[in-house]
Design a protein around this ligand. Structure first.
Ligand code: PBG
Ligand code: ZN
Length: 322
């Protein structure tokens, strides 16, 4: 009989044999910016997550820096929405203005932008509608996505993260950035993104629920494992710098699959519904929140993720300091 417990009896020895580590450097923290001043509105479905005006976002960046968090993922909530998401295509739109202001105030903050149209369109879908087929027109959306990427690039973003699940998006954006004079701007692809019920609370924060139908004609079917790998490998072939699996908790097998099929860095998006479940269970006293949160983060790393995008990032950073 092997004595497996021998290495568990002493805490220093447990540290020596520990295989998986979580560090503050692994995290990207999502932020939601809207126009106005002095606005910091908590979202009921996500306690601790706020829609913030730019002045509040800047204060938040200083808090994040103090915690050692240097990467943010920025989402914009425009004042006006229309059929093509014009605010996202404007150099003075909400996201472009926010990127400029953040980079001016905190040049070393690593600013990533979510590149999609669902927050900017009046119908809430992730691109231009094809009315005949009641879905999103893939190639028309590619065209405006390239414009959106250049808006972000001109504003000084550090990395773009296209989340719309359009075919050919990575090749399109890579070409647009290269030809536009931004060959060094990396792309983190939302490469394997499932049509998920776990995005519910996010759509409250980002005000981005589709006004009709759902996203299953562009986001992936949760049942498909082979297709999940193909999606990420396709984005790698098109020039993605970082791959992603989203959501995280119900898809740990897919994280492992992609880790084993690609040598690119891999991110995981620990989404709004996953955050809300822990928060509400913690607030109700049902679980030891901090412990379950850290166990969850370890699970992502152990499954093969290098980068964790999470609303828990601040709490994790606080815990890691103690
Ligand atoms: C936009 C986008 C979504 C999320 C990130 N980018 C929502 C969606 O696809 O409906 C979800 C993030 C979360 O739930 O935390 N396409
Ligand atoms: Zn979208």
């Amino acid at each position: 009989m092997n004595r497996l417990r021998r290495t568990r009896l002493n805490s220093t020895l447990r540290s020596l044999v520990r295989e998986t580590h979580v560090s503050v450097d692994d995290f990207i923290y999502p932020l939601f910016v809207r126009s106005g001043e002095g606005i910091k509105t908590e979202v009921t479905s996500m306690p601790g997550v706020f829609q913030m005006s730019l002045d509040e976002i800047l204060k938040e960046c200083s808090t994040l820096r103090a915690l050692g968090l240097n990467s943010i993922l920025l989402f914009g909530i425009p004042d006006v929405k229309d059929s093509v998401g014009s605010d996202a295509l404007c150099d003075h739109g909400i996201i472009a203005s926010a990127v400029r202001a953040i980079k001016a105030a905190y040049p070393s903050m690593f600013v990533v932008t979510d590149l999609c149209f669902c927050e900017y369109t009046d119908h809430g879908h992730c691109g231009i509608l094809d009315h005949v087929h009641e879905t999103v027109d893939n190639d028309l959306t590619l065209g405006i996505s390239a414009q959106q990427a250049l808006v972000h690039a001109r504003a000084g973003v550090d990395m773009i993260a296209p989340s719309g699940m359009m075919d050919g998006i990575i090749a399109t954006l890579r070409t647009a950035l290269d030809e536009g004079g931004y060959p060094n701007l990396p792309i983190m692809a939302y490469s394997t993104k499932f049509a998920s019920g776990y995005y519910g609370p996010f759509r409250d924060v980002a005000e981005s629920s589709p006004s009709f139908g759902d996203r299953s004609s562009y986001q992936m079917d949760p049942c498909n494992r082979m297709e999940a790998i193909r999606e990420s490998l396709e984005d790698e072939a098109q020039g993605a710098d970082i791959l992603m699996v989203k959501p995280a908790l119900a898809y740990l097998d897919i994280i492992r699959d992609i880790r084993e099929n690609s040598r690119l860095p891999l991110a995981v998006y620990n989404v709004s519904g996953e955050y809300a479940m822990l928060k509400y269970a913690g607030n109700a006293g049902l679980i030891d929140y901090n412990r379950v949160m850290m166990e969850t983060m370890i699970g992502f790393k152990r499954a093969g993720a290098d980068i964790i995008i999470s609303y828990h990032a601040k709490e994790v950073a606080q815990l890691l300091r103690q």
